[in-house]
Design a protein around this ligand. Structure first.
Ligand SMILES: CC(C)(COP(=O)(O)OP(=O)(O)OC[C@H]1O[C@@H](n2cnc3c(N)ncnc32)[C@H](O)[C@@H]1OP(=O)(O)O)[C@@H](O)C(=O)NCCC(=O)NCCS
Length: 415
């Protein structure tokens, strides 16, 4: 699809060149080799999903990889190729290597039968041009110690146990609670492989930045674990005494009582002054429970970016607030097979049929905006007010309802 500059070629990455793959990534992201990390944490990307671009000297000039995800979408899940470790050596940038890698990624994902791709963008201005739409936001909170929560029945009956994380013992439990806590939330990627699970509780000394080794707090009803947090504290003694920071890497609870008990514990640890949350969905229960949100600092960021690769398959893989019958006219310069008019018919159960049509379009939009709408976290009406989705107000309002999700999408861990 896209041609590389003269002398460059696309190459698969054999096991003996994985170190070189890592070196390109380190050069692009200004990190250094860390034998301790490599010893403690297995390489997370399946080797057959690594790709490189070789430069004229035969060395890797650019690399990328992808994860095989079952991405939760409204009403189900869809095979998703999670683009990651995208890196171009600084001395080979801005000559089209990323553009060529995106083509490779798209082709290979489609060959594997993955109708959707998703990513986290290092810089948010990069991927829209390739048809990725910003499909979710996340919020990170910095809370003062003692922030009060509205009461929740049953919270008092739960107990909390604190211990050091033992990766071998706890990785499975941490993932189990992660999945349970995200039930029904679009975009909430499971970490299905042992390598990704090992990372979720990975604690190499170079990742600590002055924080203590990781702790695990479990919320229990008897022996039943109803919630957990992976966290660490950093000590700091100011003129006014201790003002430690608590950094919460993951907070997962199966219901409101466990959520309340977990955050009550995290917000009231001795010696601490501030608590930093992990990435939260914009409608996280913690935000609903806080008595006073104003002393809380909130940082909103773009979360996952979503790209529909096989439009009809992707659209039919999720459910909708039906019934509906709408004709969309889609532009897609990178993948012309997606372009043109599509009729989306949603039955009363929310299942969709997506077919080609010659009928007059009610809504016109680029595949980028369709990707933004896909997880149910964006409003077609709002995109319409920005001139990014075109149609009558009532058609955009209907599309907003049809695509909407009761829970805001998010992926709470960065891949
Ligand atoms: C970002 C990066 C992958 C771009 O690679 P590249 O080979 O220089 O990109 P290309 O030459 O293929 O550029 C493709 C297009 O993206 C644009 N682009 C590239 N990097 C961009 C950036 N950081 N911000 C905004 N636009 C960018 C180019 O201007 C070009 O636009 P156009 O084709 O519409 O004119 C590379 O600079 C890099 O590795 N950066 C550091 C690591 C990083 O951020 N990786 C991305 C992880 S998500």
């Amino acid at each position: 699809m896209t041609t590389l500059p003269a002398g460059y070629r696309t190459a698969v990455v054999p096991p003996e060149r994985v170190d070189e793959f890592r070196t390109v990534d380190q050069l692009a992201f200004a990190t250094s080799p860390d034998p301790e990390v490599e010893r403690l944490l297995p390489f997370p990307i399946p080797l057959d999903r690594l790709m490189a671009v070789e430069g004229p000297d035969g060395q890797y000039a650019a690399v990328h990889g992808s994860y095989e995800f079952a991405m939760p979408v409204p009403g189900g899940q869809v095979a998703c190729s999670g683009l990651t470790w995208v890196a171009v050596r600084p001395d080979h940038r801005r000559r089209g290597l990323l553009r060529s890698m995106i083509s490779t990624h798209v082709e290979r994902s489609l060959e594997r039968g993955e109708p959707v791709s998703a990513l986290f963008a290092a810089e948010s201005s990069i991927y829209g041009r390739f048809g990725y739409g910003s499909a979710a936001d996340d919020v990170r909170l910095t809370l003062p110690r003692g922030a009060a929560l509205r009461p929740v029945a049953g919270s008092q009956d739960l107990t909390v146990r604190l211990e050091r994380v033992d990766p071998a013992q706890h990785a499975g439990l941490v993932e189990e609670l992660h999945v349970q806590a995200g039930r029904g939330r679009p975009g909430w990627m499971p970490r299905a492989t042992p390598a990704l699970q090992a990372r979720s509780v990975g604690d190499p000394p170079s990742w600590r930045h002055g924080f203590e080794p990781l702790l695990l707090a479990t919320v229990r009803a008897g022996d039943d674990v109803r919630g957990l947090a992976v966290l660490a504290r950093k000590d700091s003694w100011g003129e006014g005494g201790p003002d430690f920071t608590v950094k919460v890497r993951q907070a997962s609870a199966v219901d409101a009582a466990a959520t309340h008990r977990l955050w009550s514990f995290l917000l009231d640890l001795d010696l601490t002054a501030t608590v930093e949350t992990p990435l939260l969905p914009v409608d996280d229960p913690l935000l609903q429970l806080l008595v006073d949100t104003r002393p809380t600092r909130r940082r909103l960021n773009d979360n996952m970016w979503v790209r529909l690769l096989d439009l009809p398959t992707a659209l039919a893989a999720r459910t909708y607030a039906g019934p509906a019958d709408v004709v969309l006219e889609v532009t897609d310069t990178l993948l012309p097979a997606n372009a043109g008019r599509w009729r989306l018919v949603v039955d009363a159960a929310g299942d969709a049929e997506v077919t080609r049509t010659d009928a007059e379009a009610e809504v016109r939009l680029d595949v980028r905006e369709l990707g933004a709408l896909y997880l149910g976290g964006r409003s077609a009406t709002a995109l319409g007010t920005a001139g990014l989705v075109l149609g009558e107000d009532r058609d955009l309002a209907r599309l907003t309802t049809t695509f909407g999700s009761p829970l805001a999408p998010v992926c709470p861990w960065i891949f």
